[in-house]
Design a protein around this ligand. Structure first.
Ligand code: ADP
Ligand code: MG
Length: 288
């Protein structure tokens, strides 16, 4: 158990969270219920689930914004219920939220990005270095002196990610951070996340409704009514097309196409995820 906790960036053990009703007319809501989930360093995990399934609550448990009512959550080996460790936990696991405008704290980009290390009392020379490096990483170095509120949604989210990078995180949790973006902004943010994951080994946990983003993850978790309904590689998860649809979700378009063709009598492997794979299989069949 101890070893498991140390090797995992996040270790969630039988964790539950209940929103307590504050007046008698309302009932308590169990938002997360007995979840077990271990996330290894360097994973790119996508979390899916219909609205109200508990994704945001789970995300907040991952950086001690919420504490479990039952069970434990460890981040980087630290128990989130240990108050002394809360700043270390928040530093190591940064959060990006859905609405980019709510996350802006500075009047120019470099000031905004410097906010975290300034609060930690990092020396100013070191802050400048970290800010330049972080803006460079997210492709926003040219916007250093710009006003954040004038940027596009995708640029704002990349600035938010830069702000997290200045804290030298092990992990970034993004709660529907691509949901309000146009396709270009979405692609820009995904490109940055892929780069951070591949080049710097930063663990990415992405909550999304976008199935193409999910298809490119290393693992996919599906939430339903506070429970973990499915967990596996994108292939393992998306080949269960009927089950995914039952959970109120879509599958990647190519997977859907293969599913419909198979219902019409084709015999394609149902774990196809990409256009290239579908093309290869179909051209083989059609040339027979
Ligand atoms: P998701 O992010 O998947 O939409 P949430 O974690 O936001 O799910 O919500 C899970 C459940 O908890 C839902 O039933 C939701 O209505 C409830 N919930 C979320 N936030 C609160 C809150 N602050 N107070 C009471 N209930 C809440
Ligand atoms: Mg949510």
């Amino acid at each position: 158990m101890a070893e498991k906790i140390l090797n995992n960036i996040i270790s969630i053990n039988d964790a539950s969270y209940i929103y307590k009703a504050h007046d008698e007319d309302r009932q308590d809501v169990t938002a997360v219920s007995g979840i077990d989930l271990s996330i290894e360093k360097g994973e790119f995990l996508v979390i899916l689930g219909r609205n109200g399934s508990g994704k945001s609550t789970l995300a907040r448990l991952m950086n001690a914004l919420l504490l479990p009512d039952h069970g434990t959550v460890f981040v980087n080996g630290f128990d989130t219920s240990d108050e002394k460790l809360i700043w270390e936990i928040r530093r190591s696991t940064g959060m990006v939220f859905q609405n980019p405008d709510n996350q802006i704290v500075g009047t120019i980009v470099e000031e905004d990005v410097a906010f975290g290390p300034e609060n930690l009392g990092v020396p100013s020379e070191e802050i400048r270095r970290r800010v330049d490096e972080a803006l460079d990483t997210v492709g926003m170095a040219d916007y250093k002196k710009h006003a954040p509120h004038l940027l596009s949604g995708g640029q704002k989210q990349r600035v938010a990610i830069a702000g997290i990078l200045t804290m030298r995180p092990e992990c970034i949790v993004l709660d529907e951070a691509t949901a309000m973006l146009d396709p270009v902004g979405r692609k820009e943010v995904m490109r940055v996340l892929k780069k951070l994951n591949a080049d710097e080994g930063i663990t990415i946990i992405l909550i999304t409704h976008n199935m193409d983003e999910a298809a490119s993850a290393s693992r996919v978790a599906v939430m339903e009514k506070g429970n973990l309904a499915m967990l596996g590689t994108p292939r393992e998860v998306f080949m269960n097309v009927a089950r995914i649809k039952n959970l109120g979700l879509d599958v990647p378009q190519v997977t859907e196409l293969v599913y419909e063709l198979n219902r019409k009598g084709f015999k394609l492997p149902q774990d196809i995820l990409t256009v290239d794979e579908a093309f290869e299989c179909l051209s083989k069949i059609l040339s027979e």
